[in-house]
Each structure stands twice: as structure tokens, then as C-alpha cells.
Ligand binder design. Sequence first.
Ligand SMILES: C[S@@+](CC[C@H](N)C(=O)[O-])C[C@H]1O[C@@H](n2cnc3c(N)ncnc32)[C@H](O)[C@@H]1O
Length: 290
Amino acid sequence: MTPDHSFEGDIHSPLEVDIHERESIEIELLLEGIHRLYGYDFRNYAMPSLRRRIWHCVHAENLKTVSSLQEKVLHNRDCFDRLVYNLSIPVTEMFRDPELFKTFRKKIIPILRTYPYIRIWHAGCSTGEEVYSMAIMLHEEGLYEKSRIYATDMNDRSLAQAKEGIFNIEKMQLYTKNYLAAGGTRSFSEYYTAKYNSVIFQPFLRKNLIFAEHNLATDGSFNEFNVIFCRNVMIYFDDKLRNHVHKLFHESLNHFGVLVLGSKESIHFTDFADCYEPMDMTEKIYRKIK
Ligand SMILES: C[S@@+](CC[C@H](N)C(=O)[O-])C[C@H]1O[C@@H](n2cnc3c(N)ncnc32)[C@H](O)[C@@H]1O
């Protein structure tokens, strides 16, 4: 029997207890198997969205139970890749939440201007739209030449697309609107060349971008940064994993380094809350002070 996906822990009858319990065991075993065989650790992702995604995969693979998905995933690498892609939720936009970019331009760029060299890390960059947005902003502010932008994600399919810098032409209308709302001053179409249904961003924008696979749950610190962007990633994590990632960011930021979380997230209620002071309360931009 397929469980009722709509109930999130409200337990009413012994039958529901049984279904709920069995499903929890199956999900736990699936995640444990994935961790042991492939090294990907989803064990501390927030359960409601993880559960929805797993069931989506069960149905997409024409299966009926989480256990049958476990069997397929452990025996079939392609099925595992499809599951990872699905669990990674690669939704993104250029100049997503334009107010954040506007605030960054106003409050953080003047600080970066005083540095001889700028290192930025976009953790969970997905298909790269956020990274190209940053490259454009730094270029317009005359800072791109002295910057290195490290862009990482656990999802190699998304990263491959990010490296190419090729995006669907249909999205350019929205991205142009976002760019202007983010304080862009030029014609957005200067930055890309259109070909058939796609656009490719100008090669000079890719020059100082470094794309690499990095898993926030299992990989360590790899450099020291002036700025770390991590938006719409930790919302899918539980408190334990969120704290683990904040430890990694704290280790990877230099003193007065800037942490950008975006309006939906906060440093409050994490183990590192008192290591930062707010630079913008709405956009959740912080500066490391200890
Ligand atoms: C919703 S996208 C956010 C993209 C971009 N930061 C933005 O706000 O538009 C979430 C991204 O986080 C990545 N992600 C999820 N868990 C991760 C992990 N443990 N390590 C690295 N990246 C992860 C996913 O692969 C996905 O590309």
C-alpha cells in the first residue's frame, strides 16, 4: 500500500502508526545504503521535503515502495544519479532576489574595493546563474579582474551546465528584469550571444570562475574567502547539518569575511550566531567578528 503523503507526523490510528514507522525505516535504510555505497550523505536533510522527493523518485522509476527504490539505487548507478539530481533541487535564477544584489552592491562592494585581491565562494551554485550574476556585478564595479569566484555544488550535472555558461533564451526576459531591479546599469544583452534557443555568456565573464564538485555534508574547507554566498541550500538541511555547514563556513571565512544567506535564512539559532554581526538584517548578510 502506498502511504498517504499528506500526513507529516500526525498519527491517528494503529494502521497509520504502522505505515509511518515502516516508511521511516525504509527511508533510513535507503539513505544509509546511499551513504555507504556512494558516499553521498543525505541523512541530515530536513525530512518533509526529502520524503516528498523520495516518493517522487519512487513513482518516476515506476516503483511502489521506498525499499524497491533502495534496491534499484544500490544496483544501478544511473538510477542513483537520477535520485541525486532529484534530491538536489537545482532551481535557480540570475539575480535571484534582486534586492539582495542591490544591497550587496551598496554595502559590500565598497568594502571589497579596499582589498588587493577578492576570493568569493558560492556554495551550492546549482547551474551557475548566481555565479554569472556576481561576475557581471564585479565587472561593472571594476573589481572582476582582481577576483576569483569559486563555485561548488554536489551535483555534477548542474556543474557541467554551469561551466558551459549556456542558458535557455526564454529565461532572458526574467533575468533582464532581475538585472535591472538589482541595480544593473547597462543593457543586459551585452553580456551574452544568442544562438537558436540558447544564449552563451561572454567568455570574459568565465575567466575568473572556478567550478568544482564539493559536498557540504562530507567535504572540508579548501580555501580562505572574503565572501561566502550560500542561499537556498541550507533550508533543506536539519539543524545538525546546518551547524556542520556553518562550522565549515566559519573556518573558511577570514576575519571580517562576509556571509550571505539571503532573506529566507538566518544565523540565529545556530551554534555560530555570536561569531557574526549583521550587515543587513533583511537580506541576512553578516560579517565574521570572531
Ligand atoms: C535551490 S539550489 C540553490 C542555487 C542558488 N544558490 C540559488 O539560490 O539560486 C540548491 C543547490 O544546493 C545544492 N546542494 C544541496 N545539498 C548540497 C550539499 N550537501 N553540498 C553541496 N551542494 C548541495 C543542490 O545540488 C542545488 O544545486
